[in-house]
Ligand binder design. Structure first.
Ligand code: FES
Length: 217
C-alpha cells in the first residue's frame, strides 16, 4: 500500500495515497469530476473521453485527472474558466451524435451524461456542433439485453468488462474517428458471436446503450 499524503482539492484538504490517480482520490472524497472512460482497476487510463480535466498548481496546462498520480502537497482545482471550457467542449462533442430521446431510454435518471450535465450546469441539447443522426441497427439478439449503438459514448467500460472480468473478448472497438464503434468480430449480432450473455457489459454501461430488455420503456 502506498503511503498516505495530504493534497488540496478545491480548497479542501484530503488524504489520498501517493501514486493513486487523482480522479479516484477526488471521487472517494465526494468531489465530483466528470468522467466516463476511466476504470479503477486499470493501471493506465486511455483518457479518451477528455472530461476529467483539472488544474494543478505549478503545471501550466490542464491535465486529465484519470492519468495524473497523486503527489504529496498537490494543490488541485476542478473548476476554472479554462477547465469549464474544456469540459463543455468535450461534453458537447460527445453529445453531437448521441441519441437524446432520454425519455425512451432505460438509463433515464441514472445516466452518467445526465449526472455530468447536472453537476456542471451543462445542457444535453447543445447547439454549437451540428447534430449527427446515426442509423445504427438495434442489436436485440441476446435473450435478456440489447445494444443500441446510437446511445454509445465509446467509453470502453463494456469492452473492459467483457475482456477483463468475463474473459471472453466478444466485443471491441473497430474503425477510426467518427466511424468508431463497439462491435463483435465481423459485426455479427451478439447472439451469433462468442458472447456468452453473462451481462457484465450491460452492468458496466454508464448510459443506456447496453440495457436490460425488461427495463425498456
Ligand atoms: Fe479521464 Fe475519460 S475519465 S479522460
Amino acid at each position: 500500500m502506498n503511503k498516505p499524503v495530504k493534497i488540496i482539492i478545491d480548497d479542501h484538504e484530503i488524504e489520498a495515497f501517493a501514486g493513486e490517480k487523482l480522479l479516484w482520490a477526488a471521487l472517494d472524497n465526494d468531489i465530483f469530476i466528470p468522467h466516463l472512460c476511466a476504470i479503477r482497476e486499470e493501471k493506465r487510463s486511455g483518457a479518451s473521453c477528455r472530461l476529467c480535466f483539472v488544474e494543478i498548481e505549478g503545471i501550466s496546462q490542464p491535465v486529465t485527472s484519470c492519468t495524473k498520480s497523486v503527489e504529496d502537497g498537490m494543490v488541485v482545482k476542478t473548476r476554472s474558466p479554462r477547465i469549464d471550457r474544456l469540459v463543455k467542449t468535450g461534453f458537447e462533442l460527445l453529445l453531437s451524435d448521441h441519441d437524446l430521446k432520454c425519455r425512451e431510454c432505460p438509463a433515464n435518471r441514472s445516466c452518467a451524461l445526465q449526472k455530468i450535465a447536472k453537476e456542471r450546469g451543462l445542457k444535453l441539447r447543445q447547439k454549437r456542433f451540428k447534430h449527427i443522426e446515426r442509423d445504427y441497427q438495434l442489436d436485440d439478439s441476446p435473450k435478456e439485453f440489447a445494444f443500441n449503438r446510437s446511445r454509445c459514448v465509446l467509453c470502453g467500460q463494456c469492452v473492459w468488462a467483457d475482456r477483463e472480468e468475463a474473459k471472453i473478448g466478444a466485443i471491441g472497438f473497430t474503425r477510426r474517428g467518427i466511424k468508431r464503434v463497439v462491435t463483435t468480430f465481423e459485426d455479427l449480432p451478439l447472439a451469433e458471436s462468442i458472447c456468452t450473455e453473462c451481462k457484465l457489459c450491460v452492468d458496466a454501461c454508464p448510459v443506456g446503450a447496453l440495457y436490460y430488455k425488461d427495463l425498456k420503456k
